[in-house]
Design a protein around this ligand. Structure first.
Ligand SMILES: Cc1cc2nc3c(=O)[nH]c(=O)nc-3n(C[C@H](O)[C@H](O)[C@H](O)COP(=O)(O)OP(=O)(O)OC[C@H]3O[C@@H](n4cnc5c(N)ncnc54)[C@H](O)[C@@H]3O)c2cc1C
Length: 288
């Protein structure tokens, strides 16, 4: 187990903004994780969990509590027939590579989504017509007080748009079973390359961000509403509505969380005034 006290959360999140957390605990086995969660529950301390921090923004004031992160032990993967069983801290890019090595198809849509498998399950992350719910068979979780483990099967995961049941229960995903299909290595690699190319050409990947900042409002696309509201390239301090993809708020290099949150509000207010649509953040904002 590794403890960093205090921890600069900009070093652990893809937006590269925000203040310090009182404590960051990186757990390197299930026993450590259970013990840490148990202590936090018994002492009634505030805590949050992060995966790879690709969808999480900490305010400049930081977080008065403990941030828990799963370490490398939870990044192990194995293949059983056409299933991949992977730890929750395995990166999506690594899972994609592992699927290719094992000639398994079905994960291609998710290959370029930054972050961990656990974060992707929590968010029911999706891209290019696929979502995690299409390929998840079950998720092994630990209760938020660290007392018990259980396996949640697909039907009980209550997947919806950027939603899964662990958002409601506060359980921590430790291991995920993905149901894929046998395929041809060249075809899988070709599809992954095609989607990577699409992502590279459409997204401002040279700048820190959390991807699409807002959820897709029903019947609209957030990026299109933001563009039509005339906000392309608009900045507050070091935060900017990406010129390449208006759904992305980016850090031009020296943004603070305050800049990002002021830009978020400007975008929300302008889009609401022009189109009567309230944009809600997809990004998890901690400390607001
Ligand atoms: C450039 C860029 C492009 C992106 N493109 C996409 C895209 O195409 N599609 C998409 O859906 N998203 C996209 N995102 C957003 C992000 O990659 C996803 O939301 C991703 O699934 C977050 O994973 P993470 O591990 O980084 O999560 P984090 O930001 O660390 O955490 C997100 C939430 O998940 C919870 N969580 C994390 N791990 C666990 C766990 N083991 N158990 C329980 N809860 C957990 C956290 O508590 C937090 O509430 C993009 C982000 C970036 C920066």
């Amino acid at each position: 187990m590794k403890i960093i006290e205090p921890a600069e959360m900009k070093d652990f999140t893809s937006f590269k903004v925000g203040g310090k957390a009182e404590k960051l605990v990186i757990c390197d086995c299930e026993e450590d994780l259970a013990t840490v969660l148990n202590i936090l529950a018994v002492e009634k301390r505030d805590f949050i969990l992060i995966g790879n921090g690709s969808n999480t923004l900490f305010t400049d004031e930081g977080y008065k509590g403990t941030v828990v992160k799963l370490g490398d032990f939870f990044a192990q993967m194995k293949c059983e027939g056409s299933k991949i069983i992977a730890g929750a801290s395995a990166l999506m890019s690594k899972v994609s590579g592992f699927a290719i090595e094992n000639r398994l198809t079905g994960f291609e849509f998710a290959s370029g989504i930054p972050g961990s498998l656990g974060g992707a399950i929590f968010m029911n992350a999706g891209a290019y017509g696929g979502q995690m719910e299409d390929i998840v068979e079950s998720v092994r979780v630990i209760s938020k007080d660290g007392e018990s483990f259980r396996t949640i099967y697909k039907d009980e995961l209550d997947f919806g748009y950027r939603h899964s049941v662990i958002q409601d229960t506060g359980e921590v995903a430790v291991e995920i079973t993905l149901g894929l299909e046998k395929g041809k290595r060249e075809e899988i690699e070709e599809r992954v390359a095609e989607l990577t190319e699409k992502r590279n050409s459409k997204q401002p990947l040279a700048y820190p961000s959390c991807g699409s900042f807002f959820k897709r409002p029903e019947g609209y696309f957030a990026g299109k509403l933001i563009e039509d509201a005339g906000l392309r390239g608009v900045s507050v301090g070091g935060a900017q509505v990406s010129e390449k993809h208006c759904g992305f708020l980016i850090n031009k290099g020296d943004a603070t969380a305050k800049d990002v949150l002021a830009l978020k509000k400007l975008v929300q207010d302008t889009v609401y005034e022009k189109f009567g649509v309230r944009l809600e953040p997809e990004v998890r904002i901690i400390g607001e």
